[in-house]
Design a protein around this ligand. Structure first.
Ligand SMILES: Cc1ncc(COP(=O)(O)O)c(C=O)c1O
Length: 480
């Protein structure tokens, strides 16, 4: 297909044309929405940079072969949402604040503030707690024992020995209905999400609900599988049911044991209602149990999957319990999805590395994994307490929530520390790395002026003494 006449000569026009072409080919019924979603994503991902001038609605409509009304509507909607701005009769641009307001991409989630004096960016456990000697011992044993044939292409579901050990672990610790035959060993929650995204796409599903606030990773992964993420508000009990029903989606991704980032555990009522919804629409819930192993002063919240394995796909990984660099996780899907998911895993990478699997199986069988969880649990509880105490001391009047589990808390600071933009600038200047809650909020639902500062503070990777010092530094900078 050659570029349209009117697009030649202007980078912005040709870029817009290319990015929007697939959406313009969507069925008439959904074309308007697809067009808006594609334009939104192009701005959010930075492919259409702030300040880029968009073609006139007449030109773009002609280039895309859609009605001008659809383009006008898309421009108006995105202008209302703050992605675009327009001057009377003077054209339409990508808004200057659009990129800043966008959620960070998945890779931005990793703490990577090597020069920071204090780093509270959530997402990583304490990598110095990695059990090197137990891992080395398991590796030695595995290399000595592993039959030659186990070094061939593995079953795409994973080594039977590992699936058996995982099934026992997940049933015991998380209440998962775990048949070893149905477990798929994957390279993490990210791969599990992508596999499901591709399978949904193949079934003609083009939208999936995601929590708002939620993990930017979910958005990014589904988008890469060609499925549009629809943000659905989270209230004090979990994902809100009314918007979920109204959205028309039939697949939704959730973090019910410890919602990311708010830290709430879904209430029993909401869990039941979510499953009722899934049964009514014959839909599927992806349960991301990313840090379900860590809880401090509340009873364990069993996996949602245990209540309805026919409507819940369950995924987790060792990214919080051992190290994200191992790239090792698991996925259990309802029976009706199993064959398709295993086939996709096969075509994606011909199965997970066999030695890593055998090693982890050995680590599980010897009780080393349980020991590691207990050890981390003690360390992280101490750090959580240190953070809560330091916030209390240096930011009096703050509300700290989501503290009963996981590896991060939400701190809502008193209004005098706001607005958010000023706070973040001052704190960054002082060398303290933090992540605002607004970075996990879909731009459409973000309030224009974030007067009150809300932070997602990760503590697991910071030793207690550094936590106290970091919060002190942050307070000094904020009031400086
Ligand atoms: C909500 C959520 N799910 C899952 C993960 C981990 O993904 P993976 O298992 O692919 O490392 C993260 C990582 O920070 C996360 O924040």
């Amino acid at each position: 297909m050659k570029p349209p006449q009117s697009a030649r000569g202007t980078v912005a026009a040709s870029a817009a044309w290319e990015l929007l072409l697939p959406a313009a080919a969507a069925p008439a019924r959904t074309r308007g929405r697809s067009l808006q979603a594609a334009l939104r994503e192009a701005v959010r991902s930075g492919r259409l940079a702030p300040g880029t001038r968009l073609p006139s609605s007449r030109d773009l409509a002609a280039d895309l072969g859609v009605s001008r009304g659809l383009v006008t509507e898309a421009y108006e909607q995105l202008t209302a949402e703050g992605y675009l701005r327009s001057g009377r009769g003077a054209g339409t641009w990508v808004g200057a604040a659009a990129r800043a307001a966008a959620r960070p991409r998945a890779h931005d989630l990793a703490p990577r503030s090597p020069g920071a004096r204090a780093d509270f960016v959530p997402g990583t456990p304490d990598l110095s707690l990695f059990p090197r000697s137990a891992w080395a011992a398991a590796q030695r044993d595995v290399l000595a024992e592993l039959p030659h044939q186990d070094l061939g292409y593995p079953d795409p579901r994973g080594l039977p020995r590992l699936r058996t050990a995982l099934a026992a672990l997940l049933a015991r610790r998380r209440g998962v209905v775990a048949d070893p035959e149905r477990i798929v060993v994957v390279s993490g929650v990210a791969q599990a999400t992508t596999l499901l995204g591709f399978a949904l796409h193949a079934r003609g599903v083009r939208t999936v609900g995601v929590e708002d606030p939620g993990s930017p990773q979910h958005d990014a992964l589904y988008t890469s599988a060609g499925v549009t993420a629809v943000p659905l508000p989270v209230d004090g009990e979990g994902i809100a049911l009314e918007p979920l029903r109204a959205s028309g989606v039939r697949a939704v991704v959730t973090t019910p044991a410890h919602q990311f980032p708010t830290g709430i555990a879904y209430s029993a009522d909401r869990r039941a209602a979510l499953l009722d919804w899934a049964r009514e629409v014959d839909g599927i819930v992806l349960e991301d149990d990313y840090d379900g192993d860590f809880r401090y002063d509340r009873a364990p919240v069993g996996a949602l999957q245990g209540l309805d394995p026919d409507h819940v796909a369950y995924t987790g990984s060792v990214s919080k319990s051992l190290a994200p660099g191992l790239r090792l996780g698991w996925l259990l899907v309802p029976e009706s999805w199993a064959e398709e998911i295993v086939e996709r895993k096969r075509t994606m990478d011909l199965g997970h590395p066999a030695l890593d699997q055998a090693l982890f199986a050995r680590f599980l069988e010897r009780g080393d994994y349980d020991r590691q969880l207990r050890h981390c649990q003690r360390a992280y509880r101490e750090r959580r307490d240190a953070l809560v105490a330091a916030l209390d001391e240096h930011f009096p009047g703050s509300e700290v929530s989501g503290i009963a589990a996981g590896l991060h808390v939400i701190a809502t600071l008193p209004e005098r520390y706001g607005p958010e933009e000023r706070f973040l600038a001052r704190v960054a200047e002082a060398g303290v790395a933090v992540r605002p809650l607004s970075s996990c909020t879909h731009p459409r639902t973000e309030s224009a002026e974030t007067k009150q500062v809300r932070l997602v503070l990760g503590y697991a990777h910071v030793p207690p003494a550094r936590i106290a010092e970091g919060v002190r530094l942050m307070a000094q900078a904020a009031t400086g």
